[in-house]
Design a protein around this ligand. Structure first.
Ligand SMILES: C[S@@+](CC[C@H](N)C(=O)[O-])C[C@H]1O[C@@H](n2cnc3c(N)ncnc32)[C@H](O)[C@@H]1O
Length: 250
């Protein structure tokens, strides 16, 4: 039997943000491969082999999944959010590029998911309504000097920012360094939002300004949004203000 590999986006958390296409793929796989917490989010099903691994072995995991598909298995590689955004699609395609020729002939499909920046932006109104940049602050796979250069370039271009991987227990400093870069280049009144665990029971949203923000509240479950010069708060009586980055530019 011909194998297949689906790179499946699970969305940011809740089942109603899982696409019907992703649900259908999960219902048809024989092997479930992914970082432990993402594998744990998929309901166990008889006949499905879960294969959970650490978040630092993405490339090895991708190769193992492709090898299973090459043996004729139907394999699902799961990612949180969208698999193409700082996630497993890149590892799978890279492993295909570097691996045996037969891997490039396999049926491989990337199934999109709702990314954290989309979920956070939806909660916050329209902070990414104009041009924006998505950056990962993790220096596990690239040097901090490059991240800093890109932050500066994003400020020069007046993009709103969606900052992924802002901090972890092993990397508490980057978000503070990133805010130092931003504070040197953007007005203190710039709207900023910390969107933590969006869509999950422990969701927490903090809307503040660049001048008043405490970057130390960000952790590995947080997506940080920093406004452009045109981003403003829209006050709502008794409710959290919305952020608005208009599509039109003055
Ligand atoms: C390795 S990246 C994966 C991104 C994912 N592929 C996506 O499209 O959202 C992990 C980072 O995504 C963000 N993230 C993922 N789920 C989130 C959620 N439910 N709420 C807020 N941020 C989230 C955090 O910044 C976290 O550190």
């Amino acid at each position: 039997m011909r194998g297949a590999l689906y790179v499946i986006g699970l969305g940011p958390g809740p089942a109603d943000w899982l696409t019907p296409q992703a649900s259908a793929a999960l219902a048809g796989i024989e092997d479930l491969v992914g970082y432990g917490p993402y594998v744990a989010r998929v309901a166990p099903r008889a006949g499905v082999q879960p294969q959970a691994s650490d978040n630092r072995v993405e490339f090895e995991r991708a190769g193992a999944a492709l090898a299973l598909a090459a043996q004729g298995r139907r394999v699902g590689v799961v990612s949180g959010g969208d698999p193409g955004v700082f996630a497993m699609a890149a590892a799978v395609v890279e492993a295909m590029a570097q691996g045996p020729a037969e891997w490039r002939a396999l049926d491989v499909e990337v199934l999109p998911g709702v990314s954290a920046m989309q979920a956070a932006a939806a909660r916050l109104g329209a902070p990414l309504g104009g041009d924006f940049c998505a950056l990962s602050l993790s220096d596990n796979l690239k040097p901090w000097s490059l991240i800093e250069r890109r932050l500066i370039a994003a400020c020069d271009g007046d993009f709103a920012l969606a900052l992924y991987n802002p901090a972890s227990k092993a990397r508490p400093q980057q978000i503070h360094d990133a805010f130092a870069v931003l504070r040197a280049r953007r007005a203190p009144s710039t709207p900023v939002a910390f969107a933590r665990a969006v869509g999950r029971p422990d969701e927490a949203l903090v809307v503040t300004t660049l001048g008043e923000a405490d970057p130390g509240i960000a952790d590995m479950s947080t997506l940080v949004i920093v406004g452009a010069s045109t981003t403003r708060l829209v006050q709502r009586p008794g409710l959290r203000p919305f952020l608005l980055t208009p599509r039109s530019y003055p």
